[in-house]
Design a binder for this molecule. Sequence first.
Ligand code: ZN
Length: 204
Amino acid sequence: MAQKLKIYLVNQAGDLNGRFEDSHRQTCAATLKTYFEGVIKGSAKYDSVEVTWGGKQGDPTAFDFVCYALTTNKGSIVAKKSSGGTLGISGSTAVTADANKLMISEVYLRQIVQNGDERSNATTNREALVANCIMHELGHNLLDASAPIVRDVHKMKDGVILRDTDENLLKGTDAPNEADFKAFREGFGRRAQGVKQYTGDMPS
Ligand SMILES: [Zn+2]
């Protein structure tokens, strides 16, 4: 039976002095919903998508996604809970070091919205850019941050959102293409048990 794909976004960044307030967050969520509606098109597992900035610890299942929006990587949950490795510039994804091996995805809003400088004005298409960075981290979440590795996200040559972003950061004018969608679909097919999400920093 097909189910709803739920994406829980957890805001721990406040509103970045008005540069990413509620209306921006809602636009970002709507953009992500459109992206993932492209992903699930023709999918047997999912028939609809919901993206919310709400939700509590007990809500997400292994067939949902959770992504934390932090101010900077100084508050990194990945750094605190995983067994190390370097953090990405705009976001990071890794499993918890404990036996539960829960998947943590996070993005750093000051970097994405203000190029890392709290005095800077907002970047072009900030809402789409945050959505793009979240989709990228969710690609790692599903495809290569734990076994089985479905696709090495940074080795993808044909994706727009799923590709090596280390030297060439995502832009607000980028939008996912069919290769991105296909990789997620492949991931949903290969991860029959889903991917257990880290919910420990959601409201209880
Ligand atoms: Zn990446």
